[in-house]
Structures are given as structure tokens and as C-alpha cells.
Design a protein around this ligand. Sequence first.
Ligand code: ATP
Length: 330
Amino acid sequence: MAAGSPIELVALTKRYGTTLAVDAIDLKIAAGSYCCLLGPSGCGKTTTLRMIAGHEAASQGDILLGASNVTDLPPASRGTAMMFQSYALFPHLTVLDNVGFALKMRGVDKAERDAKARELLGLVDMANYVDRLPGQLSGGQQQRVALARALITEPQVLLLDEPLSALDPFLRIRMRAELKRLQRELGITFIHVTHGQDEAMALADMIVLMHDGKISQAGTPREVFNKPANEFVAKFIGGHNIVDRAGKKFAVRSDLMNLQTKKPAAKTDAILGTISEIEYQGTAFHITLAGKTGEDLIIQLAENKFDTTPLKVGTEVYAIWEPSLAHALG
Ligand code: ATP
């Protein structure tokens, strides 16, 4: 299997008429890394992926894959392969022939392409299903076949468009672990579009969070979670409260805030409010606080902390946090 290649996007732009779908983005993705393009509907992630694949022409800018500029190359000559959201298997072809299809198009003889298809089906644990038709497989099995089919051309970069969205939640978590395992074993670069922040956190070496055709932040999951670049990132990633201090905005992780009824010591920051909701979430209680100065906060209290503080809906409490835990937003 070919080793992964680094990818670089340089001022990559896509216009549809007057819509600026992707707005001059610059991005470097390291060879052999798992990159998730994350963001709300319409932010431009699919368009970016399709431009890298060559299914959409760039309006401006460049796509560099390893040492080559692939911006104007047809999809099959780029060293990329794409796995689609609807796995798009050919319904009348067996699993083996679906996986071998790209090699057939390249004129590889049957014995060789069958051998290669069997090898890849082994890799995704589907060696026992070679003679089935796609309609005789579960959603998760179809997805594995689609993966094997995308990998048969030995791409340096695998592009995945919401690959887990059609699966039920349990299977989604299992398949995402398998994607990660495959990426590690093959060492190729994965670029995976998702609008699920949990999915991106679980999978990515690098999260690229997009908003309105631009990159809001690119970094490791821990960087993006602990040091959100701006209010949009903090809200999209979740798990933060945004507080205003002297006209400056800060993000404070909701699990790093605490609640107390007595007036806090001067050296901690605090917001006084009234509890408007208490939800039990298993590992923690999520407590919504209506702040006296207008802001709504959510505080996650671990079960044992909750048990030591008498809190009810309607209780007046201070949300407190160590000032050093507040992260300034740009
Ligand atoms: P989703 O999560 O909903 O798939 P996305 O982040 O992948 O969203 P894109 O599909 O890349 O978003 O779309 C970005 C913008 O470009 C949107 O405003 C969309 O309406 C617009 N757009 C996408 N494809 C076309 C097209 N073929 N013609 C015109 N506008 C388009």
C-alpha cells in the first residue's frame, strides 16, 4: 500500500455564481494524519472535499498533493480516492466485483484484481462475503465493502464524505474505531467530512473547523477544545460557557466551573444566578443557571460534588471558576 502524502491547500476558493462556498482557505495536512473537516451545514466542507477529489473545479487557488500540483488533474490521476455518504455500491455486482471494479476499469486481469479485492476485503473483515450482493448486506457491512473499494487503487489520500451518518449510533461508534484502526495500519492520509463534533474529537489528529467558507480554527482536538479561537468555535465545540469580563469575552469549560451558595472569595471569578434546570446525565449533573446579568450558563457537576451541595431549581448560587481557567476569545 502506498504511503500517505501531505496535502496543502493554497488560497483555495469556490464560487457558485454569487455564493462564495469556500473563501480562499489555506491549510496544511500532514502525511499519514487523520484530518476531520468539521462545521455546520453549508459551511463549505463538502465543497472543499470535492475540490480535493477533483469532482468540483476550484475557482481559484491550488491543491498540492506531495510534490505535485493536482488542481487541474482528473480525479483518477490525483492519488486520491473517495468514499461517499451513500456507499454507492453497484447493486447487481457481487462484493468481490464491486471491490475489484476500479482495477477492471484500468484493464487489470481478473485473477489479479480478484486476489487484490480479497486482500482488501480481509483487511475490513469481509472475506466471508465475497459472493453476496450489496442488498444482502447490513449497512455496516456495505460500508466496509465501500471502504475496501475505495482503497483498492492504493490512494495516498482517502476522502470520506460523512461516512458514518447512515449508521445507527451503536454501529457508528464501532465503525469509527475501525476507521481509525485502518488509517493507522495503512498510514495513508484520511480527510473526513463530518458535522459531528464527537466524531471529529474521537478520530482526528487535526480538526479543521469551518464557518461561512472560511477556516475558524485548525488544531488537535485538545487544542480546539481547550483553546477555542473565537466564540463560534467555543459554541460549536460545546462544553463551554462564554462570559463577558469588562467587555472582553472568555470561554470557561463548563466542567471546570463550580457552584456555591456563599459569596465567593475575591480571587475567584463568579457570576450570581438562579438555577433554572437540573438534568442528571449519568456521570454528571448539568445545571442551568440564569445569571443576574443576563447570561445563561451550564455547569457540569460531578455526581459526588452535586451530593455535597444542596441545589434545587430556584436556588440562588454563585458559579465560580479559577481566573486562570478562563480562555480569552479572539
Ligand atoms: P452540509 O453539512 O449540509 O453538507 P457543507 O458544509 O458540506 O454542508 P457545502 O455543501 O460545501 O456545505 O456548501 C457550501 C455552500 O455552497 C452552501 O451555501 C451551498 O448552498 C453552496 N453550494 C454547494 N453546492 C452548490 C451548487 N452546486 N450550486 C450552488 N451553490 C452550491
